[in-house]
Design a protein around this ligand. Structure first.
Ligand code: HBI
Ligand code: FE
Length: 292
């Protein structure tokens, strides 16, 4: 149970796994959110939606508009009425990070786990673990895109085999460099769709404007061999030509031989460009940062 002193920051039962079901889902308990948490959501939403209007991918922005969630922390049940109609996905409330196997099983069944608590005021610009703003604002809008929705289910299905082959860290890099930190070429202009980018004020701008960042063309094998960092802006990104590439990359390739060939090899260091590698063409003219 929560300690009494935590009651004041009751921003959605942070880290309270008491009462979670076997699949780690909990009730969202929307009525328990104090007004201050809805106000915090509105401020986060206003800032990020303004930045994403300029730097976010169209496939992400169209989903965000349909979710109509500027007014406060959304009721997941209301979201599910829209989401399930659009792509057969639904979001399920969870208290925080859940075991890999449980996570993959949810994705394989078109259930996206969304953390129910919101960050504290002092974490507005950065927090290590995902909260409801990262999970909902970052991940849910693009789940309304049928191609992305199909890919994420296929990713979930791929988890079991990766775990069985002791190559989960390689498969997780696919998620990291697309679902969390993916960029896409929008008619020659770099745009962001990864949840870790679009939910972060700093990284939304940095990911598409910083001139020193390595932005390579999407390549599943290169991604599965590339290390990543979890507590700083990324030093390298991968750029999709379109969302269909995600599905093709996952289903046209047999990951088994790739796991066998590379799982014992040290990962390619972050930010390192291999001989002969060229940035994605859309990255050759980084987006100019304008005051929004
Ligand atoms: N749990 N709630 C939650 N959200 C995640 O994104 C998540 C998780 N558990 C495991 C996990 N991600 C990753 O380790 C897997 O992608 C490998
Ligand atoms: Fe995430």
């Amino acid at each position: 149970m929560r300690k009494p002193e935590d009651a004041k920051s009751d921003s959605g039962l942070r880290g309270d796994y008491e009462g979670a079901a076997a699949d780690y889902t909990v009730a969202q308990d929307w009525d328990a959110y104090p007004e201050e948490t809805h106000d915090r959501w509105r401020r986060l939403y206003a800032r990020q939606s303004r930045l994403c209007a300029q730097y976010g991918a169209p496939q992400y922005l169209s989903g965000l508009a349909r979710l109509d969630c500027a007014g406060g922390i959304p009721r997941f049940e209301e979201t599910n009425a829209v989401l399930s109609t659009a792509t057969g996905w639904k979001i399920v409330p969870v208290p925080g990070f859940i075991p890999d196997g449980v996570f993959f099983d949810h994705l394989a069944n078109r259930r996206f786990p969304v953390t129910r608590w919101i960050r504290d005021e002092h974490e507005l610009d950065y927090l290590v673990e995902p909260d409801v703003f990262h999970d909902f604002f970052g991940h849910v809008p693009i789940l309304l895109d049928p191609t992305f929705a199909d890919f994420l289910e296929a990713y979930g299905r791929a988890g079991e085999r990766a775990m069985a082959m002791d190559a989960l860290d390689m498969l997780a890099r696919i998620y990291w460099y697309t679902v969390e930190f993916g960029l896409i070429d929008d008619g020659g202009t770099l745009k962001a769709f990864g949840a870790g980018i679009v939910s972060s004020a700093g990284e939304t701008v940095y990911s598409v404007t910083d001139p020193d960042v390595l932005r390579l063309p999407f390549d599943p094998v290169r991604i599965m061999r590339t290390a990543y960092t979890i507590d700083t802006f990324q030093k390298n990104y991968f750029v999709l030509d379109n969302l269909d590439q995600l599905m093709r990359g996952l289903v046209e390739l047999d990951f088994g031989p790739i796991y066998q060939e590379w799982r014992a090899a040290p990962p390619i260091p972050i930010g390192e460009r291999l001989p002969g590698e060229q940035p994605h063409p859309a990255a050759l003219a980084p987006v100019k940062e304008t005051q929004s």
